[in-house]
Design a protein around this ligand. Structure first.
Ligand code: PLP
Length: 422
């Protein structure tokens, strides 16, 4: 196959790409994952691939812990402590000291708890500020929060004001913000925005769904208040794997959240009459967790937690740069536009490209073994995960995209049929 890019540089692109792979300090990580033969997987920002260690872990969880250990496994296999143990390991990947992060529930549920927790920290304040371009579930949940709090109003960037900064004021209780925009891949400056929120006397909830596990996150150093995120994207912990929620130590004593179930109680096995929250991050828990799904987190985290996040970030930027360099001109020539910011400091680890027929183009690529995804109305997303992608993979994927655009092979009617999950 002829690969794109050879004309644009003195060095043949294929040789340059092979040299980069040979010198890649993270190349060995690919052996930790099951990437199906013949696939170039660029949808790890939606659902990460299976880490190989998960198969043994699941077998142990099923046969030894559940089948043989039965109810004793709550203690013997450490099931009851998984929320904290795994939470601390996630915390280590997002710049959070131990004791502030718990693994539990879903991101949607954790947004609900975090927004209420934020409101409880700022009594008397009456607005929640969020982004109209947020991942919809965050906003749907925010709507649910204000529906139960007639005193609180939801203000949206892009609707009620041009920027978040403009909407943040003395009435603001909580700002809910995505670290990386799921559509464009744009990255926010966590330290600067957190400072701005604090200057206004409000608290911030960071959504880390598209940054956890793929770029350095510094929750403690940024003085963040609360954070949520999922583990099935760049953390590769499995479909629907439990999410996480973080609250800074300084807020533990005062914050309240309304899903006051027994797992968040100070003494869950005392079976007391009234609710008394745990003194620490466990007050963010509600009830019994899906232990089998929770047991898949170990392998996902283990696959990247011994790697310096700065190295992951460096390769992630190099992969995204390579992809954008190779497709920019052909895209422009065929009505497609890269909407991911160019500057490294302003983007996460995906390349997003708009095209009116983006859905069919993604289907045509999938038919060739290049798996990206599509978000309505016109966005093609290509997630770049350094743990299992090579520079060669990116070169092949870029070539395929260019060929699909140039040949218009996406016009084949079989690429137009939409399925439930895009
Ligand atoms: C993926 C994602 C979610 C998913 O929420 P679930 O409750 O796991 O379905 C929420 N928010 C953002 C920003 C996401 O990217």
């Amino acid at each position: 196959m002829t690969l794109v890019g050879d004309h644009s540089t003195g060095v043949p692109m294929r040789a340059e790409v092979e040299a980069r792979d040979a010198a890649d300090p993270l190349a060995h990580l690919r052996d930790r994952f099951h990437v199906p033969e013949g696939l170039i997987y660029l949808a790890g920002n939606s659902l990460g691939p299976a880490p190989l260690a998960v198969f043994d872990d699941m077998e142990t969880a099923l046969r030894q812990e559940w089948a043989d250990g039965l109810v004793g496994s709550w203690n013997e296999a450490g099931w009851f402590a998984l929320a904290d143990r795994l939470g601390d390991r996630i915390g280590a990947l997002i710049g959070a000291e131990a004791g502030q992060t718990v693994a539990c529930d879903t991101t949607s549920v954790n947004v609900y708890k975090a927004l209420h927790a934020g409101l409880s920290l700022r009594p008397g304040r009456t607005t929640i500020v969020a982004e109209s371009g947020s991942f919809p579930t965050d906003l749907y949940v925010a709507e649910g929060v204000v529906a139960g709090r007639p005193d609180v109003t939801l203000l949206l960037e892009g609707v009620d004001g041009a920027t978040l900064e403009e909407l943040i004021g003395e009435r603001t209780a909580v700002v809910l913000v995505n670290h990386v925009d799921y559509r464009t891949g744009a990255l926010r400056d966590m330290a600067a925005l957190t400072r701005r929120v604090h200057e206004a006397g409000a608290v911030v909830v960071w959504d880390l769904c598209h940054s956890a596990g793929i770029l350095p996150v510094a929750l403690d150093a940024s003085n963040a208040d609360l954070a949520v995120g999922c583990t099935y994207k760049y953390l590769n912990c499995g479909p629907g794997s439990p999410a996480f929620i973080y609250a800074a130590h300084r807020h533990h004593e005062t914050l309240r959240q309304p899903l006051s179930g027994w797992w968040g109680h100070a003494a869950p096995f005392a079976f007391e009459l009234g609710y008394r929250p745990d003194a620490g991050a466990r007050r963010l828990l509600c009830g019994t967790q899906p232990i089998l799904s929770m047991r898949a987190l170990n392998a996902g985290l283990a696959a990247i937690e011994d790697v310096d996040m700065a190295e992951i970030r460096a390769k992630s930027l190099a992969l995204t740069d390579l992809f954008m360099d190779l497709v920019r001109e052909p895209c422009a020539a065929h009505g497609a536009e890269i909407v991911t910011p160019q500057a490294a400091a302003e983007r996460g680890s995906q390349v997003s490209i708009t095209h009116p027929d983006g859905y069919a183009i993604i289907q045509a690529l999938i038919a060739r073994g290049i798996v990206g995804d599509f978000r309505a109305p016109n966005l093609m997303r290509f997630g770049m995960a350094p743990a299992y992608l090579s520079y060669h993979d990116i070169h092949v994927a870029a070539t395929a995209l260019v060929e699909v655009l140039e040949s218009e092979s996406w016009r084949d009617p079989r690429f137009a049929a939409r399925r439930a999950v895009t």
